[in-house]
Design a protein around this ligand. Structure first.
Ligand SMILES: [Zn+2]
Length: 249
């Protein structure tokens, strides 16, 4: 897949290097999955976006992932290797409600029409000033289209804490890959700790390494054989490696 689309992916890497992490992840997805455009990925539920990034990582770089965290008990540095399947939710086979589908929560006499948060929501919410509580409220207002108590319309901000908490829990249940987590076990003290796995940042780091390696390969083969960048990128990874071996790189 990399060989087939290396040119397009390298273009995204070059053009988006300084962009917001979420923005550049969406551009990678749009380049790798052109049947869905940028706007489609911008409005896809977070878990659907992150599951697609996990799948793309698997097809481009393999299923293996690694992470590091500090042990909450002894402070030791925990390093762990795991696989895409370890962080992907069991219900990934059932995609979350797609873009534009409204869901409803009924609780304690309240009826709330809502949709799942997407990348556009997070970008808009985090671009404004305020603390985490303000951000959570803004996110809820964006995702709730209508809230009612009995027959009366109310502002989403007026929902009681318990209903708002249930709404968040229901969103998480509907879009389980929106919060990827991995359990690490400390070899020093035996404690286990759950940590958030940020596939958006992780994917770009691997993608950046890949782009640097590809450009280094182009440099070596262009110098040895006089081939153009396009000619080197058109080689399959296996053939490229054979030529690299022959020139002793
Ligand atoms: Zn420990």
């Amino acid at each position: 897949m990399i060989a087939a689309n290396a040119h397009g992916l390298l273009h995204v890497w070059e053009a988006q290097r300084c962009a917001h992490p979420v923005v550049r992840a969406l551009h990678v997805l749009a380049a790798a999955r052109p049947e869905r455009g940028w706007s489609d990925w911008l409005h896809a539920p977070i878990g659907e976006r992150d599951a697609a990034l996990l799948n793309l990582h698997e097809s481009l770089f393999g299923a293996e992932l690694h992470t590091t965290a500090a042990c909450p008990c002894c402070g030791d540095r925990l390093e762990s290797e795991f696989e895409v399947a370890d962080v992907r939710s069991e219900s990934a086979a059932q995609p979350p409600a797609p873009r534009g589908v409204w869901l409803q929560l009924q609780l304690q006499g309240y009826a709330v029409d809502y949709r799942l948060p997407n990348s556009d929501d997070l970008l808009q919410v985090t671009a404004q000033r305020g603390d985490a509580q303000d951000a959570a409220l803004r996110l809820m207002r964006r995702c709730v289209s209508r809230a009612r108590l009995g027959g009366d319309e109310i502002d989403a901000a007026a929902l009681p804490e318990a209903v708002a908490a249930s709404l968040s829990a229901e969103m998480a249940r509907q879009d389980p890959d929106a919060e990827l987590r991995i359990t690490l076990v400390c070899p020093a003290c035996g404690a286990s700790a759950q940590t958030h796995f940020d596939i958006v940042t992780y994917f770009w780091s691997e993608f950046d390494d890949w782009a640097q390696r590809v450009l280094a390969d182009v440099h070596v083969l262009a110098r040895a054989y006089g081939w153009s960048e396009d000619a080197v990128l058109a080689l399959s990874p296996a053939r490229r490696q054979i030529y690299l071996d022959m020139v002793g790189a």
